[in-house]
Design a protein around this ligand. Sequence first.
Ligand code: B16
Ligand code: MG
Length: 216
Amino acid sequence: MSLPKAVIFDLDGVIVDTVPAHYVAWKSIADELGIAFDEEANEALKGVSRVDSMKKILALGGLKRSDSEILELTTKKNELYVDIISKMTADDILPGVIDFMDLLQHQGIKMAVGSSSKNTPTILKCIGLQDAFDAIVDGNQVTHSKPDPEVFLKGAIKLGLSPEDCVVIEDAISGIEAAINAKMKCIGIGEQDVLGKANVVIKSLSEANLDLLSRL
Ligand code: B16
Ligand code: MG
């Protein structure tokens, strides 16, 4: 059985259920701008940085805003978002995450976080996992948003491993493309018809085990 040397977890939508909070906050900004925005449109923002998400929403409405206006809008979105996520606790960790992490630790497989979110430190602290990973790379440390592989390649460097030794777990199309661009195998969490580019797609980490990892 050939197992990876490390697993790099995406954060939003894989470790913790922040997707509805992002949606509520973006929806409020889109409403204010008079742009139609629904959960399907939100799907395309998963894994995408805050500023790039704002630009995608503006493009949806055929609107243009200056850099300073974009900064104002994204600051407002983040205030709404942080207000929700700061109330999160360990109860908001998604099903199967802790058991899977325990399994990896037992097996000596390293663990990292690879997230586009600049709120990663806040979220990890709220859910009590701030010291649970061997490496953390987040939106504060990268220049290029997923699907660029930068976040995962930096994760591999921090772990002292080659990209081929790492498996990524992602809930977003942009994140799966980032893993492919990093030459890493990838497990998708969600729906097969959305995340079909992943090596395997499961509904939640409750379905993950060593056998699945060895068959990627
Ligand atoms: P923030 P991930 C991503 O996190 C989210 O999926 C995406 O919706 C969000 O826009 C992005 O982080 C930036 O988040 O505004 O908190 O910096 O899925 O890569 O963990
Ligand atoms: Mg995600």
